[in-house]
Ligand binder design. Structure first.
Ligand SMILES: [Mn+2]
Length: 360
């Protein structure tokens, strides 16, 4: 397991690269060019700029999250051809720069969705929270306004330029079913995976978050059956999954440990975090510790250990603790604690399994 830490870029993140380097066992950043609109080709000089910044701090840039997929690709419009060409050129450039894994998602309009970015947890900490009834009641435009007013830093997937045409986007998705999304995803893969193969990049689709339809929009990357179907759309080691335990864990029916075993050689990237799921379907993002949430993080790390996982991992959203002022979910303190918990589990399982000696 190779540990990484998400970083939003110089001037766009409260955590300096030097702090990330100080987290034990953390060797690389997970990064993106957050100001490049979805569908545009990434400029090589910008890619090399991030590479130079990271390497100066002793960190690698092996994992990109995300190169966003333009809505026209998800909608299957004729204009997708131009955006797919740009996507291919970006994959090639990232391969040239030495990137190994590219995380992306195929969620219509919205990226991840929460109703409260600072839900009090009762002990002075706050965390990201999802209240089901608010999603079924609320006008999506109102929710976006609230989210943007709530955070000083723009959230990934919630960029204003992407959301300003929200009403029009909703109209475009009228009549678009899950099967249409599958078709459009298959077409996208048939175009980009050969380029990823030539570029030495493993594509890694992120589950939908939460893993169910919202606001009447279809969502397909939600469960084990659908990931099995996804991997068969294009059978290549370069067509893989970002297995996010927090996103999938919001639905208690998802057996993440079973997915790790079934998809073992197709998981180049793992997001490992916990959520507490309530009976009414609400969920809150807790600390990474197994006992604090509903997801069996200890069992998940054990499963990765058992398959001899050599891919990349990162802690995911953390709570906001110790009065840290940070991008919601992306502070230093709780994610660093998360990493140490994951390494603690990993090292203990490794010792118990007797693999420790072999890996040294
Ligand atoms: Mn995730």
């Amino acid at each position: 397991m190779k540990m990484t830490f998400r970083w939003f870029g110089e001037g766009n993140d409260t955590v300096p690269l030097s702090y990330i380097k100080q987290i034990p066992g953390t060797d690389g950043i997970v990064w993106s060019l957050h100001d490049v609109p979805a569908g545009e080709e990434w400029p090589m000089e910008r890619i090399l700029e991030v590479k130079a910044q990271a390497e100066k701090a002793g960190l690698h840039i092996d994992v990109v999250e995300s190169v966003n997929v333009h809505e026209d690709i998800k909608l299957g419009l004729p204009s997708r051809e131009r955006y797919i060409e740009n996507y291919k050129r970006t994959i090639e450039k990232l391969g040239t720069a030495g990137v190994k894994v590219l995380c992306y998602n195929f969620m219509p309009i919205f990226d991840w969705l929460r109703t409260d970015l600072h839900k009090p947890m009762g002990d002075g900490a706050t965390a990201l929270f999802y209240e089901s009834s608010r999603i079924s009641d609320v006008d999506p435009l109102k929710l976006v306004e609230d989210i943007n007013a709530n955070s000083a830093l723009t959230m990934p997937g919630w960029e204003p330029e992407r959301l300003q045409h929200l009403t029009k986007l909703f109209e475009s998705y009228q009549g678009v079913t899950e099967e249409h999304l599958w078709e459009n995803l298959k077409y996208f893969l048939s175009e980009i995976i050969p380029v990823a193969e030539r570029s030495g990049i493993r594509m890694a689709i992120h589950p939908d978050d939460p893993p169910w339809p919202v606001f009447g929009l279809p969502r397909i990357m939600t469960c084990q059956d659908n990931f099995r179907r996804f991997l068969k759309l294009y059978d290549s080691p370069n067509n893989g999954i970002t297995l996010c335990s927090g996103s999938l864990g919001a639905n208690p029916e998802n057996d993440i440990i079973a997915m790790i075993h079934e998809f073992a050689d197709r998981i180049p990237f793992a997001h490992i975090r916990n959520v507490r799921v309530y009976e009414n379907g609400d969920f809150i993002e807790t600390s990474h510790r197994t006992q604090d949430g509903s997801v069996d993080i200890a069992g998940i790390v054990q499963a990765y250990q058992e398959i001899g996982y050599t891919g990349y991992a990162r802690p995911d959203h953390g709570r906001h603790i110790w009065d840290e002022q940070c991008r919601p979910g992306y502070g230093l303190y709780d994610r660093a604690l998360g990493i140490m918990y994951l390494w603690g589990l990993w090292d203990a399982y490794e010792r118990v399994s007797g693999k420790e000696a072999a890996s040294q």
